[in-house]
Design a protein around this ligand. Structure first.
Ligand SMILES: NC(=O)c1ccc[n+]([C@@H]2O[C@H](COP(=O)([O-])OP(=O)(O)OC[C@H]3O[C@@H](n4cnc5c(N)ncnc54)[C@H](O)[C@@H]3O)[C@@H](O)[C@H]2O)c1
Length: 251
């Protein structure tokens, strides 16, 4: 069996009904994995799962209880879990507000708990719920972070905070996950053409990467060997493919 062949393995993709997540689901399914499409959007998850012969699981990643139940059911039904893509995410800026309009403090006040819950708790709970099962088969986790975690957006500081948080979590957790045989990494996409981006942003490849471009980056990071564990990977768009971000030594 080649490294490309994922037949007999099980993958879980959160936010799998949406732009980037949906593209990752398709990629992993094409290689033969059974993919669990996890999303709060039940109808969307069912549609994507039906498309690829996978499974839909509707749950809120911000709930630790729902994570534990979902993973328990997946392992009971499918027998194993090999790859986890922690990708679900939301912004605090409402989608109908132009990119340079409005007051970030207002959205922070209204949506702080939601954004923190999905983007930060959703990743931490996802690791906690899946690590034991992943350790059985030498599995891998990849997190969809964001360039905003490295270079905060003035328009959405809460979102940027959560993405910086998951970057630190991935870097900090990698050594202890490695001792369990589980690899973890994160990808920081720049603007990508999905419903997350307000409609006023020009839809050109120069401005926004296609979702499948970012999905390919996530897939590549999932496939990396143990030497690359804890890596934070930047993908700025079609003219700047995946490269490892090097952090300065501050000690
Ligand atoms: N689009 C971009 O420009 C961009 C850039 C950098 C990073 N990202 C990140 O990429 C990831 C995917 O975003 P996207 O652009 O595909 O957006 P999207 O809105 O198309 O998809 C996000 C998906 O997450 C799901 N979701 C939201 N809350 C959830 C919850 N509580 N539990 C489970 N599922 C939930 C949504 O239903 C949706 O299907 C996010 O983490 C986002 O922050 C996006």
């Amino acid at each position: 069996m080649s490294a490309d062949d994922l037949r007999g393995t099980v993958a879980l993709v959160t936010g799998g009904a949406g732009g980037i997540g949906r593209a990752v689901v398709s990629r992993l399914a094409r290689r033969g994995a059974t993919v669990v499409v996890a999303d709060v959007d039940r109808a969307g998850a069912e549609e994507v799962a039906a498309d690829v012969g996978g499974r839909a699981r509707c749950f809120d990643v911000a709930s630790r209880r729902e994570w534990d139940e979902a993973v328990g059911e997946i392992v009971t039904e499918l027998g194993r879990l090999d790859r986890v893509v922690l990708n679900a995410g939301v912004m605090s800026r409402p989608r109908n507000v132009a990119i340079d309009a409005g007051d970030p403090l207002e959205w922070m006040s209204e949506r702080y708990d939601i954004v923190r819950g999905v983007n930060l708790d959703g990743v931490a709970y996802g690791v906690l719920a899946t690590v034991e099962e992943l350790a059985r088969h030498g599995g891998a986790i990849v997190v969809t972070a964001s360039m905003s975690g490295l270079d905060p957006q003035r328009g959405d500081p809460t979102y940027s905070m959560t993405k910086a948080g998951v970057i630190a979590l991935v870097r900090g957790l990698a050594p202890s996950l490695s001792t369990r045989g589980v690899r973890i990494g994160a990808v920081c996409p720049a603007g990508t053409d999905t419903p997350l981006i307000p409609p006023d942003v020009p839809r050109s490849e120069a401005a926004l990467a296609p979702p499948d471009f970012v999905a390919e980056a996530l897939e590549r990071v999932l496939d990396l060997g143990p030497d690359e564990a804890g890596g934070i990977w930047v993908t700025l768009g079609v003219h700047d493919p995946l490269r490892r971000h090097e952090f300065p030594n501050v000690r």
